[in-house]
Design a protein around this ligand. Structure first.
Ligand code: FNR
Length: 418
């Protein structure tokens, strides 16, 4: 980890800046307006994004000294896998807005660092292709799959089956996006990525998606029973490469209906605890619920035998004015009492931030926007370096605060500031 640090001392200037503010500035300069709006943007007036940072600032690290910190370990075990650091690449959809081949690059970056990549349900490449690229770096490199629970169970079953097949070590079900949040930056530009065909490849690479499209079209167009699925697929792929995207180009009834089908099946607003209870029959993978903020929801998840929770407000992109991830983390850790693994994300951008999350009781932290900014700046190397910087700073913070192993961190390492 300290290669980053010694490189800096010896005058090597990094392509990916080593602090988040500069990383953000540089990424904005190279990204499209639309890409920036979608990736950097938050819900509403950005209050939750601000709260995520402010809450972290209320916890201060209280370093200890004279404890021999010459040997340190960041390694953890999570769901049977050994990870180089308590960090994961958060699932990010529509990544092509930052870089063509986003998912393959990020997968490689994670494999190089020895930490899991959580494949997004809204990925811009079929999961099998990304898995293959990761295996090319390190065979069996850790990976998870993130599911948005479709309105059609055939798709849910199929995606879970594919995830198991490509070697997912856990299934993260995202609960906070049964509908897309109020996103002014995208709405003001008239550019929601999914309506333009970005982030739908997990569906279009799925045989059951086309079955569902065909079924719905047949039902909706009695007067026109002969529909060529090949033509619809071609239109999807053409539309993705044409400025203006699907909406502008799809005027014929079949492709419009195909796009509408995608929008109808992408996520299930009626999702409830009964669905989660039924998940155990669908998979033997560890189940992780992403987007839990209330301690009562955490307790209910534990009662259902859920293996893990990701405390997250989706990077401040869903409910504006919601509780910060750090404040929610404290409540959830106390409610769960060690009966499930607890991860956190949303606003953890530095090694010190990750240190605080671990000391508050998280087992690991997912990183979202930083790796997307690194990706925009320098592809796979950039995505890797953005997260490597966070890990390197975590290592230094650990040692300089008087600790030798992330496992020993607890709340005595911190003090709450008023
Ligand atoms: C996301 N996030 C997300 N989450 C998820 O479960 N499935 C997804 O497809 C996406 N897509 C997505 C796209 C973009 C551009 C962003 C920024 C985020 C949420 C993500 O997994 C994570 O919760 C947040 O990004 C964490 O917050 P930070 O680190 O970005 O502040």
């Amino acid at each position: 980890q300290n290669e980053v640090y010694t490189g800096g001392i010896h005058g090597r200037k990094p392509i990916v800046p080593t602090d988040f503010a500069e990383l953000e500035r540089r990424a904005k300069a190279v990204m499209s307006r639309r890409g920036w709006a979608y990736i950097a943007g938050g819900a509403g007036e950005g209050r939750t994004m601000a709260a995520n940072r402010a809450a972290l600032d209320r916890w201060a690290i209280v370093p200890r000294v004279l404890r021999d910190v010459s040997e340190r370990s960041l390694q953890i075990e999570l769901f049977g896998q050994q990870l180089a650091a308590p960090v994961l690449f958060a699932p990010v959809g529509a990544g092509a807005l930052a870089h063509p081949d986003a998912d393959v690059h990020i997968g490689r970056a994670a494999a190089e660092l020895g930490v899991p990549y959580i494949f997004s349900n809204q990925g811009c490449a079929p999961m099998e292709d990304v898995a293959e690229a990761m295996d090319g770096v390190v065979p069996g490199a850790p990976r998870w799959f993130q599911l948005y629970w479709s309105t059609d169970d055939r798709l849910v079953d199929s995606l879970i089956g594919r995830a198991e097949e490509m070697g997912a070590a856990a299934l993260a079900v995202t609960l906070d996006t049964t509908m897309l949040g109020w996103r002014p930056q995208d709405l003001n530009l008239g550019s929601l990525p999914f309506a333009r065909g970005e982030g739908i490849d997990q569906y279009t690479s799925d045989p059951s998606f086309w079955e569902i499209v065909a079924e719905r079209l047949r039902g909706a167009a009695d007067e026109k029973p002969e529909i060529s699925l090949g033509a619809i697929k071609t239109l999807f792929s053409i539309a993705r490469n044409v400025p203006g995207g699907l909406r502008k180009n799809l005027t014929a009834p079949e492709p419009r209906a195909a796009v509408q089908t995608f929008l109808d099946i992408y996520s299930r607003p009626s999702l409830n605890w009964g669905d989660i209870a039924s998940l155990r029959e669908k998979t033997t993978l560890p189940i992780v619920l992403k987007g839990i903020l209330h301690p009562d929801d955490a307790r209910q998840a534990v009662d259902l035998g859920i293996d893990g929770i990701i405390v997250s407000n989706h990077g401040g992109r869903q409910v504006d004015g919601s509780i910060s991830s750090t404040d929610a983390l404290v409540d959830v850790v106390d409610a769960v009492g060690g009966k499930a693994k607890i991860l956190a994300d949303s606003g953890f951008y530095t090694g010190a931030d990750v240190f605080k999350a671990l000391a508050l009781g998280a087992d690991a932290v997912c990183i979202g926007r930083p790796h997307m900014y690194g990706l925009a700046l320098d592809g796979a190397d950039g995505a890797r370096d953005a997260v490597a910087n966070i890990i390197a700073e975590l290592d230094l913070t650990l040692g300089l605060s008087g600790h030798t192993d992330v496992a020993e961190l607890d709340r005595t390492a911190l003090r709450k500031q008023d």
